[in-house]
Design a protein around this ligand. Structure first.
Ligand code: KPL
Length: 290
């Protein structure tokens, strides 16, 4: 069975490497630093040690399956670093959230198509080398622009991971996650609160309600949200099921890392502007979190 190389040893990369190890799927965790680093995954009461190896220790042309676990802002540079290590027919996939980075990413590896994996898994860095798993969530993988059924390489490997599924309409999965993340992530980062604190006794707080009211029509006009679904109701339900989570944007902000706001509300504003739609609440959040 082919080996997966997971590039990016942050929370998502460590979680996936850990799950692959549990399923005995051959995998190597890689990072862009020069020295190997030991990572500790805390999953319930169990601590597991994983080693992240420098990408440069590999031979050129030796990666057959690459799972890129960097965030949207680093996808392009990570792919440029990984390119010499890919085989001609390598499978490439990215777990990044958001939209607006795809074209530049694809241009940096023109001979490989980039699959996307959209995950609701929750994990966060407790410190530089410790990652805590919060929830396994569900991960859907697919190839944008294609509705083909699940390929053999997926059935052989990633399918064995708990709650990983092939998705023949990955664009829709990306759009739904994007829409939810455009609401919860910037608001929790701005208000410095857990997801559940956007609700008051189960009811949306005024800031949450106002942002959904502004955003839903734009998402529908852009073909990213269905008219039959109520964005606020969906977001309230995600806030309830992830009530104790610090959103990924709040975690990034607290750790002083670059947030994904450019690839969420920034991208939404750029697309809405092309249709002449103004989104003042989204703009204010983008400027404050940029
Ligand atoms: O995807 C998330 C994130 O934090 O990025 C949500 C759904 C908001 C859960 O925290």
């Amino acid at each position: 069975m082919s080996q997966w190389h997971i590039f990016g040893a942050g929370a998502m990369g460590c979680l996936i490497a850990h799950r692959m190890q549990q399923c005995e799927l051959p995998s190597t965790l890689l990072h862009h630093h020069k020295e190997p680093v030991e990572k500790i995954i805390i999953d319930g009461h169990v601590e597991t040690h994983l080693e992240a190896l420098p990408l440069q220790t590999l031979a050129h042309g030796s990666i057959e399956r690459l799972l890129l676990t960097t965030k949207a802002g680093q996808v392009q540079s990570a792919l440029a670093l990984a390119l010499p290590y890919l085989t001609k027919n390598a499978i490439v996939a990215s777990t990044a959230n958001g939209m607006g980075f795809e074209k530049a990413a694809q241009n940096s590896i023109p001979n490989h198509t980039i699959h996307r994996a959209i995950s609701t898994a929750g994990a966060f860095r407790v410190s530089a080398d410790r990652v805590r798993v919060v929830s396994n969530g569900t991960t859907r993988m697919g190839l944008p622009g294609s509705s083909l059924p699940s390929p053999q390489w997926f059935n052989d490997s990633l399918q064995h991971l708990s709650a990983w599924h092939w998705e023949s309409n990955i664009e829709q999965a990306i759009a739904v996650k994007f829409s939810i993340n455009c609401i919860i992530n910037p608001l929790t980062a701005e208000l410095t609160c857990r997801n559940g604190e956007l609700l008051d006794r189960g009811v949306a707080k005024p800031e949450l309600k106002a942002l959904c009211e502004e955003t839903q029509p734009a998402l529908i006009a852009l073909g990213l949200w269905s008219e039959e679904e109520d964005l606020l109701a969906t977001v309230v339900s995600v806030c309830q099921s992830t009530a104790q989570n610090n959103s990924s944007m709040l975690q990034d902000k607290m750790a002083g890392r670059l947030t994904e706001v450019e690839f969420l509300n920034g991208e939404l504003l750029r697309r809405a502007e092309s249709l002449g739609i103004d989104l003042p609440l989204n703009r204010a959040l983008l400027h404050s979190l940029r």
